[in-house]
Design a protein around this ligand. Structure first.
Ligand code: HEC
Ligand SMILES: [Cu+2]
Length: 334
């Protein structure tokens, strides 16, 4: 009963984008929410009937346990019990079958792509972050980012999945169901978000130590805002404009950073870690683990193992001046 009240409280109207299947922001999510409520009320009815049954049975047979129960034949009673149990089993089987059919129908409804001209986004799971690519036949028109997936509203979005290491699962509960990202195997699904907003998502398939720190967000924007974002992301990194930021870039290019990261427009071109060409345009870093503030980025660069033990990024010991210059440079990468 408390669980049921808890669920009802969760369903209270709140901002869209909460990490909850009860606040859908896309038709796919609405289908799943509908199925959720059908199953919820069936289970609730079963629960109430069971409690009523137990209460009735309890009230009827009040015997003191210390005396042995008298054994007597009751053919009629046995017959009635047989019917009751038989009917209950039949009702259960029919109910489960109905739930099965509704699940299949909902899965079909959520999956079918009905619109044309989608935005295509490739999402590659890594331990423990999400690589996000907006592919284009022209290499210089391809946008690469991490963990924050910008999409236009009211436009179909096709997601192509893949994984660089183990199985991950892409799950933004208010948008659509879970989708596994399998290494070496690409699959596709789609959704369309109707309301602008930031929708929180999370890896939903245990993928190692930092699985819980593998969040992402889907940022649904008006078509104009999305295009402006995309145009900005297409640009190479801004050039340093003063001594400090020049030094910062030099620090980046003379330390291990360039062996794992890309900053387009510089010599750093590795795709092992997130593309940092526009790192300053992101709200969070390290897959929604820290806010993208100067202090948090400093902590991350010096000792990522402390924040996400096991992460593929190694600690960096930098002289204080070098670190400050590097931070100043990274902050200009809008
Ligand atoms: C051995 C490879 C490696 C090296 C060297 C490395 N990084 Fe990283 N870096 C990563 C990986 C992998 C991630 C993603 C970690 C995660 O989110 O769990 C990352 C994440 C980051 C992020 C957060 C990006 C985001 O969008 O979340 C920043 C900023 C960053 N690195 C900066 C640096 C800087 C500056 C250096 C050099 C001082 C550096 N890295 C050196 C692999 C590396
Ligand atoms: Cu995971």
């Amino acid at each position: 009963m408390i669980a049921a009240l808890y669920v009802l409280a969760q369903a209270m109207p709140l901002d869209p984008g909460r990490h909850s299947i009860l606040h859908p922001g896309a038709p796919q999510g609405s289908h799943i929410e509908w199925l959720y409520w059908v199953i919820f009320w069936i289970v609730f009815a079963v629960y109430v009937l069971m409690i009523l049954g137990f209460t009735r049975a309890g009230a009827k047979s009040r015997t003191d346990a210390i005396y042995p129960l008298p054994v007597f034949e009751d053919k009629e009673g046995d017959e009635r019990a047989k019917w009751a149990v038989g009917t209950a089993v039949a009702v259960t089987v029919v109910t489960l079958f109905v739930v099965l059919v509704l699940s299949v129908v909902t899965g079909k409804k959520a999956a079918g792509l009905t619109s044309k001209n989608p935005v295509t986004i490739q999402i590659i799971g890594h331990q423990w972050w999400w690589e996000v690519v907006y592919p284009n036949p022209q290499a210089d028109q391809t946008v690469t980012t991490a963990n924050e997936i910008h999409v236009p509203v009211n436009t179909p979005v096709v997601i192509l999945t893949n994984s660089a290491d183990v199985i991950h699962s892409f799950w933004a509960p208010s948008i659509t169901g879970k989708r596994d990202l399998l290494p070496g195997y690409s699959s596709a699904f789609w959704f369309k978000i109707e309301q602008p907003g930031t929708y929180r998502g999370q890896c939903a398939e245990f993928c190692g130590l930092q699985h819980a720190h593998m969040g992402f967000s889907v940022i649904a924007q008006s078509v104009e805002d999305f295009q402006a974002w995309q145009q900005q992301q297409l640009k190479p990194a801004v050039e340093p404009s003063n001594d400090e930021t020049s030094r910062g870039r030099a620090v980046f290019l003379t330390h291990a950073c360039l062996m794992c990261h890309t900053i387009r427009g510089t010599d750093a071109g590795s795709r092992f870690g997130p593309d940092l060409t526009h790192i300053a345009s992101r709200n969070m870093i390290a897959a929604e683990t820290l806010p993208n503030t100067r202090g948090a980025v400093a902590g991350w660069i010096l000792d990522p193992q402390r924040i996400k033990p096991g992460t593929e990024m190694s600690p960096n010991s930098l002289a204080p001046d070098d670190l400050q210059a590097l931070l100043a440079y990274l902050q200009t990468l809008q």
